[in-house]
Design a protein around this ligand. Structure first.
Ligand code: GLC
Ligand code: CA
Length: 571
């Protein structure tokens, strides 16, 4: 029996299991859709909601449990929609509220849960309330909804403190008064066009509860909460310590560390309030935190039992492809979450980082914020091989897993994008020193022979696709044995059939560079080293590469084996 046939058997076996299971908030495989790059329905080169609706069956067939959509709200798109001008409407570029409802209904009809993105740290500068704040006087209630301050220096010509934007440059922009004189400054931890809300203001708190209700009433299953660790700032907005600032700069995307704007204890009262609201809805809505906090213990605080249900495990994403490092991260993650009774999540790629195929094809070192044509280029073959092994490892771990659109095709980043086409504000805010995130946001390839690789009618794509995307197009991998797409499909079917998501990890000591553990009936072995090792006992269920010799586990390979005990009890 080929792997594909085996997978079919399990898909059939499990077809009548309720999809997704009752505990989806602890076990789901969530597929991230980046709307502008998923599928275009009207030929303008930008993905949209009807495009998603049209392509949803392909996702349901993959065997995922839920989709999470990056923002599709009304927005001038200064940060690809993470700058929201109206939290209760769809941007015309993505469609209408009716298109959203149709998408939601289709997803639910296919048994998929739908999570939407909520961006509570900042709005767009084109938000009605920010425009009202600009028009109002210093000290007014309108200004109090945002973070306006007088400048330092004799004439207020210096920013109120030394904070820097995550996209580089100062985190403050000075306003101009109606009479043309320079006015107060406002805070933006991200782009100038993303003013931070003042979460000390009760009106802001009430407004977001209402936004949550708006989407819950429409039927969404939950929210992914953008930069959840930054809403509350330290009282008095003190300067950031130079050491913290330096550490933050050294981080490839500036998101990750401690300081007066990150991970303040009082942020948790906000999430307790949201959770109380969600709990009034039935039956099982979810909150998931995007919080780049300094430790897994700090992260676990976001998933205490009266707060969110999940938090992205960026520690895992940041792990090197190294057995010891991975094992330490896995153990720490599970322990920190168990402490608060929360499931652990796993993630390798998203719209903010270099895709894992490209990342793992680079020499070891800090994760770059985008790769440019002149930079060291990833080794695609090695990267893909490791990415497939890393994926099989991730999907075998108990808890929830997050996938980013296109990873099931083994897509790399566009690593030679024309600089003139870049749209990530990081690119200009860093004075053209950091490529930023466009490389992982390229429109998906669906059909290799269609213009624009089937992204939309007419073939327009808002960013060009790299040449390699043609052979990786979905129709070139669909039902093709050994393809990355089929590997994902098979792994997701086995993950479900063997209930890996609700299992536990039992480590088995083995050779350096190799991870081996038992989860339920399966033994998982990942060889992260560069030497082949003997294949452990057990019947081979699946492998991240085709094995020439079944007695040997090659470098950069993960296998799933049926454990011996299981075999004996079967015979
Ligand atoms: C989050 C998003 C990222 C965005 C930033 C500001 O980190 O994932 O894409 O730029 O928040 O909203
Ligand atoms: Ca479109």
């Amino acid at each position: 029996m080929t792997l594909e046939e085996t997978a079919m058997t399990f898909t059939e076996l499990t077809a009548d299991l309720e999809t997704p299971g009752p505990d989806w908030r602890r076990t789901a495989v969530v597929y991230q859709i980046y709307p502008r790059s998923f599928a275009d329905s009207n030929g303008d080169g930008i993905g949209d909601l009807p495009g998603i609706t049209h392509r949803l069956p392909a996702l349901a067939e993959l065997g995922i449990d839920a989709i999470w959509l990056s923002p599709f709200y009304k927005s001038p798109q200064a940060d690809a929609g993470y700058d929201v001008a109206d939290y209760r409407d769809v941007d015309p570029v993505f469609g209408t509220l009716a298109d959203f409802d149709a998408m939601l209904e289709r997803a639910h009809g296919l048994g998929l849960k739908v999570i939407v993105d909520l961006v509570p740290n900042h709005s767009s500068d084109e938000h009605e309330w920010f425009q009202a704040a600009l028009a109002a006087a210093p000290g007014s209630p309108e200004r109090d909804r945002y973070m306006f301050r007088d400048g330092r220096g004799e004439n207020g010509e210096l920013p109120p403190n030394n904070w820097e934007s995550c996209f580089r440059g100062p985190a403050w922009t000075r306003t101009t008064n109606a009479d043309g004189t320079p006015g107060q400054w406002y805070l933006h931890l991200f782009d100038t066009k993303q003013p931070d809300w003042n979460w000390e203001n009760p009106e802001v708190r009430a407004e977001f509860l209402d936004v949550l209700r708006f989407w819950l009433d429409r039927g969404v299953d939950g929210f992914r909460v953008d930069v959840a660790h930054s809403l509350i700032k330290a009282p008095g907005l003190p300067d950031q310590e130079p050491a913290e600032q330096a550490a933050q700069d050294a981080e490839t995307d500036g998101f990750f560390l401690s300081g007066p704007m990150w991970d303040q204890d009082r942020v948790h009262e906000v999430y307790r309030g949201w959770r109380a609201l969600l709990d009034t809805y039935s039956p099982d809505r979810i909150l998931c935190a995007e919080a780049w906090v300094p430790s897994l213990d700090r992260l676990a605080r976001y998933v205490r039992d009266d707060e969110m249900h999940q938090a992205f495990n960026f520690g895992y994403l940041e792990s090197e492809w190294d057995a010891a490092h991975l094992r330490a991260t896995i153990d720490k993650s599970v322990a920190a979450n168990e402490e608060v009774g929360a499931p652990t999540t796993w993630v390798l790629s998203n719209h903010d980082v270099v895709r894992h195929v490209s990342r793992l094809g680079l020499p070891a070192g800090p994760r770059p914020n985008g790769i440019r044509a002149g930079d060291v280029q990833p080794d695609h073959e090695l990267g893909l091989r490791r990415a497939r092994a890393a994926t099989l490892l991730m999907l075998s771990l108990p808890g929830s897993a997050y996938m980013y659109q296109g990873e099931e095709l083994g897509l790399p980043d566009h690593t030679a994008l024309d600089d003139d086409l870049r749209q990530d504000p990081t690119w200009w805010r860093s004075q053209y020193t950091e490529a930023g995130r466009d490389g992982c946001r390229v429109p998906l390839p669906w059909e290799a022979d269609e213009p624009g690789l089937g992204f939309g009618p007419g073939g327009a794509t808002w960013l060009p696709q790299p040449d390699s995307y043609a052979t990786l197009a979905r129709d070139r991998q669909d039902e093709v044995e050994g393809s990355t797409l089929e590997m994902y499909r098979t792994a997701l079917a086995f993950r479900r059939a063997f209930a890996l998501a609700v299992g536990t990890i039992e480590w088995i000591e083995t050779a350096p560079g190799v991870l081996q553990f038992v989860n339920g009936e399966l033994t998982i072995v990942a060889n992260t080293g560069n030497q082949a090792v003997p294949m452990p006992e057990g019947e081979l269920l699946m492998s991240s590469v085709e094995l020439a010799d079944p007695t040997t586990l090659p470098a950069d390979t993960t296998v799933w084996l049926l454990t011996e005990v299981f075999n004996e009890s079967q015979s």
